[in-house]
Design a protein around this ligand. Structure first.
Ligand SMILES: Cc1cc2nc3c(=O)[nH]c(=O)nc-3n(C[C@H](O)[C@H](O)[C@H](O)COP(=O)(O)OP(=O)(O)OC[C@H]3O[C@@H](n4cnc5c(N)ncnc54)[C@H](O)[C@@H]3O)c2cc1C
Length: 461
């Protein structure tokens, strides 16, 4: 018998238990956002469902605060916890495609890149986000939007089934027919209800796309934002198109004469041929001045999904704020332009991602994700490699958000929230769905074991 309290967990794991004095500890606790520096007591790197059950049981029985880690990309670093237990799924990476049924089973530690890599040879894809290193688990559980959402919906709209280890250690499957209340809550309610060990998604035909960025001098941003606002409702749903206010990075492949210049960008991904893409974009592009560059080209879908990876490596400083946006009046555009002109670093940005098309065809009560009537999910992100710039990028992000928030809806995409925004923001985000989420939480996690997240507190029925 050992006096070491973690020995029991170590003995029950096929994966690795990493403790503070272990050589790999600093590497294992590192998150994508370099602004977050948490020191968990234990990191249980799980290999299978049995490991996850052992870790949940150990954490609960020893009163440890538990964080769940998928891809580790979460803005406020909710994949880790000071002095607690991290259930790290990042080595559970299997993907199995069923091309005949057009479904894919994805282990919870997969990144989006893992999923795209496995589905692309079959000419199929799951709608997800725009950076391949993002974890599929955290992205899915809070919604998941990207280039394919206008046509095929959010990632949760394509979720068919999830395997979950609950707070009491039980393993259940949630789907429309099994534990339907849990399945409803998992589609947008985040990591509140248990540890998801695998997801089953519907796949769609996506193979070669015509995609890439188009960038203009930011002095044209007003007209671009106006025309984009008018163009979007009638634009074909095969066209994913988000708008960004950004800066040209001072590095290849950007032309040196543009380095450091502020731009308005339309990032496009058309699921179809070049000819059709050009026809789809013509009404918009023909009404705008000539861009500084238009790099749209034919490419495999995974290429556009990983196009930004190299520009946003792990360990930079990130501070985020988001909002759901319904309309973009000229006064809101003016507020955007005033703030975007003050970006404190080349990487800092504002993006408007469309929330329309197929996303609007799902009723807001059908999944926990409530804001189906928004037109965009906006993110403002202060980003810089230098930790000394953490203050300036944070202040800029908050000031920008305060200037545009009066034009926006009350809630935001939970995956674009930090952990300093308060319960009222989360309640505004879930709206009418919040009380139902609190009830599902009280059924599946009454003691709020899973609270290192955008937390929904259990309510009593
Ligand atoms: C560079 C970048 C680009 C992004 N682009 C997009 C985008 O295009 N579209 C979009 O929708 N989002 C985007 N996001 C946001 C992204 O969805 C969130 O950061 C998300 O939390 C990442 O998931 P993860 O698994 O990597 O996170 P993690 O940090 O590992 O986990 C985040 C939280 O999710 C929960 N969680 C994770 N895994 C599980 C699990 N298996 N079971 C239960 N709960 C779990 C936990 O509460 C955890 O705290 C982007 C983020 C970054 C950093």
């Amino acid at each position: 018998m050992s006096d070491d309290p973690s020995a029991k967990l170590r003995a029950n794991l096929r994966g690795t238990l990493i403790e503070r004095n272990d050589p790999g500890y600093d590497d294992a606790r590192k998150l994508y956002n370099g602004m977050i520096d948490k020191r968990p007591s234990l990191i249980a790197r799980c290999l299978d469902v049995a490991d996850v059950i052992a870790a949940v049981d150990f954490g609960r029985d020893n009163d440890l605060r538990i964080a769940i880690r998928g891809g580790g990309h979460n803005g406020p670093g909710l994949a880790s916890v000071d002095d607690g237990l991290v259930i790290d799924l990042s080595t559970m990476r299997g993907v199995r495609v069923d091309p005949a049924a057009r479904t894919v089973r994805v282990a919870a530690g997969c990144t989006q890149g893992d999923v795209d890599h496995a589905t692309h040879p079959f000419g199929l894809a799951v709608p997800a986000g725009i950076i391949s290193t993002t974890g599929i688990a955290g992205l899915t559980l809070s919604g998941g939007h990207g280039y394919l959402s206008r046509k095929y919906g959010l990632t949760i709209d394509n979720l068919l089934e999830a395997d979950v280890v609950l707070a009491d250690g039980r393993f259940v499957t949630a789907s429309k027919d099994k534990n339907a209340d849990l399945f409803w809550a998992l589609r947008g309610g985040g990591g509140n209800f248990g540890v998801v060990t695998s997801f089953k998604f519907a796949l769609h035909p996506v193979s070669t796309v015509f995609a890439g960025p188009i960038a203009w001098d930011q002095k044209h941003a007003r007209i671009i934002m106006q025309r984009y606002r008018e163009f979007l409702p009638a634009a074909p749903e095969d066209l994913g198109i988000f708008l960004g206010l950004k800066t040209v990075l001072s590095c290849a492949p950007f032309p040196q004469e543009l380095w450091g210049k502020r731009i308005c960008l339309l990032m496009c991904c058309y699921n179809g041929t070049e000819e059709r893409a050009k026809a789809a974009l013509a009404p918009l592009l023909d009404s705008l001045p000539a861009p500084w560059f238009n790099w749209m080209a034919t490419m495999p879908y995974p290429a556009v999904q990983s196009m930004f990876d190299g520009l946003y490596p792990k360990d930079m400083q990130w501070y985020w704020r988001g909002d759901f946006v319904k309309t973009l009046p000229d006064s809101a555009i003016d507020a955007h332009l005033e703030q975007a002109a003050k970006t404190p670093s080349e990487l800092s940005l504002m993006h408007l991602y469309p929330i329309d098309g197929a996303v609007h065809r799902v009723a807001s009560g059908e999944t926990a994700w409530n804001c189906r009537d928004a037109t965009w999910s906006m993110v403002i992100a202060g980003i810089d490699p230098n930790p000394q710039n953490a203050g300036p990028i944070t202040r800029w992000t908050k000031a920008y958000w305060e200037a545009v928030h009066p034009f926006d809806l009350g809630g935001a995409y939970p995956n674009f929230m930090m952990d300093d925004e308060g319960d009222a923001r989360l309640q505004a985000t879930y709206g009418d769905n919040y009380p139902r989420l609190a009830l599902v939480k009280s059924k599946y996690d009454p003691a709020n074991l899973f609270r290192v997240n955008q937390n929904i507190r259990p309510s009593v029925a």
